[in-house]
Design a protein around this ligand. Sequence first.
Ligand code: XIL
Length: 388
Amino acid sequence: MKLRRRSAVVAAGVAAAALLVPAAVAAAHGNGKQDDTSLRALASKQGLRFGTAVDASQLGSNKAYTDIVAGQFSAVTAENAMKWDAVEPSQGVYNWKAADDLVKFAQQNGQAVRGHTLMWHNQLPSWLTTGVSNGTISDAQLRDILHKHVTDEVTHFKGKVWQWDVANETFANSWETPQADGLNADDFWVKHLGSGVLADVFRWAHQADPKALLMYNDYNITGEDGTNVKFQAVYDFVKQMRKQGVPIDGIGEQGHLDTQYGFNAQLYQNDLQAYGDLGLKVAITEADVRTFVDDPATQVPTDSLAQFAQPYEFSALLKGCELVTQCISFTAWGVYDGDSWIPGTFSGEGSGLLYDVNLQPKTVYSTLQQDLQLAAGTKKHGPVGSDK
Ligand code: XIL
């Protein structure tokens, strides 16, 4: 009881400290101008893009949010606006508005766009999932529909998207029984169209935009779950695809961490390097580090050590990318704790991002800033914005 009360007091102190942001710091985040110490400016000194997932609906309507996105980040990913259910809510009826607005914003602010995502089992339009489950869409038709979706979406954004997450989360987790080739037999796409669909979506995307970088994106593929099973499966499969001439350019490691599990930073770096040594680029695509918090509205960590663990693990994610030459971008999955997917997905958890619920920079922000400062000029990840 005593301990609990003490940690609540400490936690409250941390929250109060976070609110006392010096005016100069607040200005650097809120005026929308890039300064030398912004994440994007520092990252560019090593040829790296520092990105964020963007909630398209807050751009423009939330000024503080918009200024931070423009001022701090050099790459943007639509958190939801490019997913299939968003762009084709009824069959054959496209709605590109939110995604187009984001692309325009990116162009105006010198940012590269990560396209997310073409083939995934989640956030599919209901006309598609209903049609498949009631049998009105056969597997042969489903294949044609997927082909059309990939072609239409990549064509729509042709020349405007730097990297596409072509396929997302199709491999089995280490606690599941995989197919012989490591794919998840229960994945919607693998189940209906077989393992070959993976190579197909990359070929289709390449046909539609030969210049975009085409990535396979997933979580726990660099040993974060304490095993290297999923890494090995992805590594072997992708190596095989490369041998067969499938146009895959890179691996997106999502980077969703949780302080309760620990993190083997060396294994992560080794695995990123192993993908790089296959001739692939790598990107950290959805970084966040969650922890248990008091309440979704305030997101004050309940364990006082989380104030060290959260920046530490985030920093390890960034440093691994900095140490691997083939790593071209590092993207946080959202701007601030108030709009993160974490509280709604992981009960009792939050505080995963760089800015708090009031859009104030947290300790993790300055930790990452220091990491970038230390590495400035030391490694070249390729000219910022370079494609193939
Ligand atoms: C999440 C978004 O953040 C949420 O807003 C949405 O409700 C569900 O999807 N892996 C992914 C992302 O590849 O697309 C997911 O994004 C988070 C997990």
